[in-house]
Design a protein around this ligand. Structure first.
Ligand SMILES: Nc1ncnc2c1ncn2[C@@H]1O[C@H](COP(=O)(O)OP(=O)(O)OP(=O)(O)O)[C@@H](O)[C@H]1O
Ligand SMILES: [Mg+2]
Length: 139
């Protein structure tokens, strides 16, 4: 599935609707700096009825929120440089857990950490306000 959004609000709304449809899974968010991965996560959290303000876990690597029926874990692997580092932080078990959502920014930095199947959502900056968003299942 591929769509184009014209504002951060539209990306959040798209993510919110996906969150309402999806069952717990791991989602890898791919895209350059400023593409909208954290913005997408904010919208997804709204769809799970999370009231807290979702902020980028750049320094904590992972933030956890309690949703209506399950948790949302938001990872930012930007500061990691291998899957080993993520293993050392004890992240392995999170991805074996199929009862909560894991949303992962910069999964490219920890190759092999995230088991298939997972959902890959790619965000591409077309211009200042326009983003191409592609949703695919990686089996
Ligand atoms: N259509 C759009 N969708 C998403 N964000 C948009 C859109 N148009 C403009 N923006 C803006 O682009 C920025 C996206 O920033 P965001 O932090 O979500 O990116 P990111 O992919 O998480 O970056 P990083 O890799 O640094 O974590 C925000 O300032 C947002 O308001
Ligand atoms: Mg981000």
């Amino acid at each position: 599935m591929k769509i184009t959004t014209n504002s951060a609000e539209e990306t959040m709304e798209f993510a919110k609707q996906l969150a309402k449809k999806f069952t717990p899974c791991t989602i890898c968010l791919s895209g350059d700096l400023g593409a909208g991965k954290t913005t997408f996560t904010k919208g997804f959290a709204l769809g799970l009825k999370i009231k807290e303000n979702v902020t980028s876990p750049t320094f904590t690597i992972m933030n956890e929120y309690m949703g209506k029926d399950c948790k949302l874990r938001h990872f930012d692997m930007y500061r990691l440089s291998s899957a080993d580092e993520a293993y050392e932080l004890g992240f392995f078990e999170y991805f074996a857990d199929k009862t909560n959502f894991n949303l992962v920014e910069w999964a490219e930095n920890v190759p092999g950490l995230i088991p298939k199947p997972f959902v890959k959502i790619s965000l591409k900056k077309v211009d200042e306000a326009k983003r191409e968003i592609c949703v695919e299942e990686i089996k």
